[in-house]
Design a protein around this ligand. Structure first.
Ligand SMILES: N[C@@H](CCC(=O)N[C@@H](CS)C(=O)NCC(=O)O)C(=O)O
Length: 209
């Protein structure tokens, strides 16, 4: 069986859970919890699985290790030869990849940087290096990205068009993280609010939470 190293409830592992659920693969993996607050992700044993010291990590039956949520999602999406999250045609793949990356850098990772730098993050043992001012800037960046998303979502249900994709998986993880750090969707972004609610109501979101 495939293994997924994760810390249930955290935003990046939630991306892989959501992708697994969308693909009907949730029962095909063993989930192994890595104690992030306890620093288990910084032990030699775990660093051998992912030198970045982060979850999620997918381990295949042959021992191949795949980290980075999007890379894991691409693998899972293509396993059955019918990708539904990462695009089928070159054009779809290009557009989805672009939107995913913009939401990842501008929203999910920006909130992550705010959390790790401008709040207590995972605690002083895990966060010896913090630059609060940069963290605050990243929070501003996340809000700017929400306004950009509002312009896209005025005309369509999902970031890449009328179909749910990996860009929306990343956005959902961003909304989970936003809730955790109490970053609210601005009142003048009603389409983003509706979109976030739609994502939260998907069956796969319940598995990801
Ligand atoms: N770019 C990575 C990010 C992974 C990541 O940052 N995971 C967090 C949990 S949500 C983590 O393991 N953090 C450990 C730490 O920051 O010390 C991905 O796409 O999977």
């Amino acid at each position: 069986m495939m293994k997924v190293y994760e810390f249930k409830g955290f935003p990046n592992p939630a991306r892989v859970r959501m992708a697994l659920a969308e693909k009907g693969l949730i029962d095909e993996v063993d989930f192994i919890q890595v104690d992030l607050p306890g620093g288990e992700h910084q032990t030699e044993t775990f660093l051998a699985k992912n030198p970045s010291g982060a979850v999620p990590v997918l381990e295949l039956e042959d021992g191949t290790l795949i980290s980075e949520s999007v890379a894991i999602t691409e693998y899972l999406d293509n396993l059955d030869g019918s990708p539904v999250l990462t695009g089928e045609t070159p054009k779809e793949r290009g557009v989805i990849s672009m939107l995913q990356r913009k939401v990842e850098v501008g929203f999910l990772d920006a909130i992550g940087a705010y959390f790790h730098h401008a709040t207590q993050g995972l605690g002083p043992k895990i966060e010896p290096y913090q630059v609060a001012e940069w963290g605050e800037k990243q929070r501003e960046k996340a809000v700017i990205t929400l306004h950009w998303m509002e312009t896209i979502l005025k005309n369509q249900d999902f970031l890449a068009g009328d179909k749910f994709t990996v860009a929306d998986v990343t956005a959902h993880a961003g909304f989970l993280f936003a809730g955790f750090v109490k970053l609210e969707i601005p009142a003048n972004c009603p389409n983003v609010k509706k979109y976030a609610d739609n994502l939260a109501n998907r069956e796969s979101a319940a598995v990801a939470a």
